[in-house]
Design a protein around this ligand. Structure first.
Ligand code: ADP
Ligand code: ADP
Ligand code: MG
Length: 665
């Protein structure tokens, strides 16, 4: 490993993590180099670096995953160290080697450690030998026939995983032996297309597990220490969205055992730098090593908060050949920190990532820490991960941390693209979460649609919110016609005619009607909002009085037809249109419609086929995953409307099955 007191750090990454590394590097008196793709030229991190170098192109393959281009940028910029961030090339051993071959410092562990931990199966073998508990596994060799008796010792349910997987992708649950062969085949295909390696393995699937991981630091003097745990059990699609430290689940004894085990794991590979040892906990408190991430983790800020240690500073010092700092060696943990990942995504459409123009992006960063790569006016590109920001709080207790985080998210002014803000708020105020009863199936038990509906607002409160929205829009329309705001109170001379608008809020249709004659009156679902009057209207807010209480509501136009109202009782999503467009044609009985937009990659059935319930009919690739569309009932395939290669939208008719009663099959 090359090390020296470097002076100029290039960050081979983008957005928030590039920004995060620059911040500490500058405080240490170092110069920094940003890399930016054509799509990222206007993001703030580019100008935060001392200099920036363009990687022409926009796709990850042409830019942040392109080793040759990055090496050229290193030469042009005369950087003498490279920080890889997370994702992209951060755990790519060829990249780490290439950097060291240039005679400059790679800020991370040795290529040998990266390679040992890069394969989950090999990592498990190494850890098993070192006495770190692991789950039993069956490794499926490339292309080899799957022999089902190989699995005899493993109890169902099982999980098939990509050996070189990451980001929660390439995993499938296998509930019984009939799914074994096909699930493994699909996982192999997915692994090959996503990670360039088809190697998969099978291990027991733990029901309702908790994900708890340990931050470690190692140096070249052989020291390895831990910086306590982080619990990351709130996940969607095997990806974390809320993380915290400490974990509410651990007793002091289990915590000590876990931390010692993580240090043992680090020592087993002579770990150098900052790394994370991930464990999965069964409900009975037994835990197993999952994988080791040989880089800075997305959720590192919660550890920085509870320990007061700057992890990037430790990384840079250790990479210069220094020891773990004395503060880190004796670090203790104080209070409670929680991080929420704010994503441009639609939780009600299978968390599909959203791209677009972020008209507004303002989050209070006085009371909370905000790590972000965006600002008002930035574009969210569809080429990269849709994470907009990490919002992190630190308070003396878990409940206080949750409520301060909720407040920061509630008042976050984000407009232009749909986000998961309301879902995060919903979780942070939900009772099971507040009681610490969380596990990775939390979002399967708690419907995202419910969590986003702010149940804290009762009927009369949400009626006030809706009435305010209507009056705000009346005012805006009046202003855009350059007429006087006075128009608000009397603008049409048809007597007794009600104006009305229909919305969807809290999962219900809400009709707001109002009239000016003889006096102003406003009704929501036919119930009058008593003593309602508008006091003042601003660019993005309206002050109203209802029943002698004066309150301000902020109105954000999240995206076309969708508003977010923020007020003293919480925030509320209101849409002016139906969420799910009805198909323009009448679907015949027995129609199977596309559950999400995607590409049909394979059609397995033919017209006339007699199929059993559950028979695979076609494969839809959407969001980098393969989804098998299978027969919902036994029957005869009477029509197939999709062909391999077809791009389909949500609700497209794929297959028609004429149902047969079970007894005929
Ligand atoms: P963490 O445990 O820190 O969340 P993940 O393995 O989920 O780590 O990945 C960290 C981030 O990097 C995620 O935002 C993920 O989408 C992104 N990522 C993971 N693998 C890749 C990859 N091969 N290429 C680009 N981005 C990736
Ligand atoms: P990645 O590299 O994608 O982060 P991990 O092995 O860390 O892969 O697993 C990611 C998540 O998948 C875990 O946090 C957990 O929610 C789930 N998971 C992984 N292995 C298991 C298992 N054996 N049983 C249950 N859930 C699992
Ligand atoms: Mg992981």
């Amino acid at each position: 490993m090359t090390f020296s007191k470097f002076k100029r750090v290039l960050v081979a990454n983008r957005a928030e993590i590039a920004s995060r590394v620059f911040r500490t590097a500058h405080q240490m008196g170092l110069e920094t180099i940003a890399l930016y793709s054509d799509a990222d030229i206007d993001l703030p991190y580019v100008n935060e670096a001392t200099f920036a170098v363009n990687l022409s192109g926009a796709s990850p393959k042409d830019t942040y995953l392109n080793i040759d281009k990055i090496l050229r940028a290193v030469e042009i910029s005369q950087a003498d160290a490279v920080h890889p961030g997370y994702g992209f090339l951060s755990e790519n051993v060829e990249f780490a080697k290439a950097i060291e071959d240039l005679g400059i410092t790679f800020i991370g562990p040795t290529p040998e450690t990266i390679s040992q931990m890069g394969s989950k199966t090999r990592a498990k073998e190494i850890m098993n030998l070192a006495g770190v508990p692991t789950l039993p596994q069956v490794v499926i060799d490339h292309g080899a026939e799957v022999v089902s008796n190989q699995f005899n010792n493993l109890p169902f349910p099982l999980l098939v995983k990509a050996a070189f997987g990451g980001g929660g992708r390439g995993m499938r649950i296998i509930r019984d032996s009939s799914e074994l062969i096909s699930s493994i085949a699909i996982a192999q295909q997915e692994a090959l297309s996503a990670f360039g390696n088809a190697l998969v393995f099978v291990e027991p699937y733990i029901e309702r597990p908790r994900h708890i991981e340990v931050q470690i630091l190692g140096d070249r003097f052989g020291d390895v220490v831990h910086l306590f745990e982080r619990e990351c059990s709130i996940q969607r699609r095997y990806q974390k969205i809320i993380e915290e430290s400490p974990s509410a689940f651990l007793t002091e004894d289990t915590r000590q055992l876990l931390l010692d085990t993580a240090v043992r794991a680090g020592k087993a590979v002579s770990y150098i730098g900052a790394g994370t040892v991930e464990f999965i906990f069964a409900p009975d408190g037994t835990f197993y090593f999952l994988e080791m991430n040989t880089r800075l983790q997305v959720e590192h800020p919660v550890t920085e908060y509870v320990t007061g240690i700057d992890l990037v500073k430790e990384q840079l010092h250790i990479a210069m050949g220094g020891p773990i700092s004395d503060e880190a060696k004796v670090a203790t943990s104080h209070g409670w920190a929680i991080e929420a990942r704010l994503y441009a995504e639609d939780p009600l459409e299978n968390y599909s990532p959203q791209a677009g123009h972020l008209a507004r992006f303002e989050i209070d960063n006085v009371h909370v820490r905000v790590d972000t790569g965006f600002r008002s006016g930035s574009n969210v590109s569809s080429f990269y991960d849709a994470m907009l920001a990490k919002v992190i709080t630190h308070r003396s207790s878990r409940i206080e941390a949750a409520s301060s985080l909720e407040l920061a998210l509630r008042y976050a002014k984000v407009a232009g693209v749909p986000t998961n803000i309301e879902l995060l708020r919903g979780i942070l105020t939900e009772q099971e979460f507040l009681n610490g009863h969380i596990d990775t199936a939390y979002l399967e038990r708690n419907d995202p649609a419910k969590l986003t509906q702010n149940i804290a607002l009762d009927e009369s409160e949400s009626a006030i919110y809706l009435a305010s929205l209507v009056m705000f829009r009346v005012h805006q329309r009046a202003m855009s016609r350059r007429t006087l705001p006075a128009v608000l109170y009397a603008w049409r001379n048809v007597k007794n005619a009600d104006f009305f608008d229909v919305f969807v809020a809290q999962g219900k249709e809400m009709t707001v009607s109002y009239r000016y004659d003889p006096e102003f009156e406003i009704h929501v679902n036919s119930l009058e909002v008593p003593n309602f009057s508008v006091r003042h209207v601003g660019d993005d807010y309206i002050d109203i009085e209802a029943g002698s209480i004066l309150q301000r509501l902020t109105v954000l136009n999240v995206s076309q037809g969708i508003f977010r109202l923020i007020g003293p009782k919480g925030s509320l999503i209101v849409s002016t249109k139906e969420r799910f467009p009805r198909s323009s044609y009448e679907s015949p009985l027995g129609s199977l419609l596309a559950p999400m937009p995607g590409t049909v990659t394979e059609v397995r059935a033919q017209t006339g086929d007699r199929v059993d319930k559950g028979a695979p009919l076609l494969v839809l690739e959407a969001m980098k995953m393969q989804h098998i569309i299978s027969a919902p009932t036994p029957g005869v395939v009477t029509d197939i409307r999709a062909r391999a290669g077809d791009q389909v939208t949500l609700g497209t008719l794929l297959v028609v099955i004429q149902e047969e009663s079970e007894t005929n099959v």
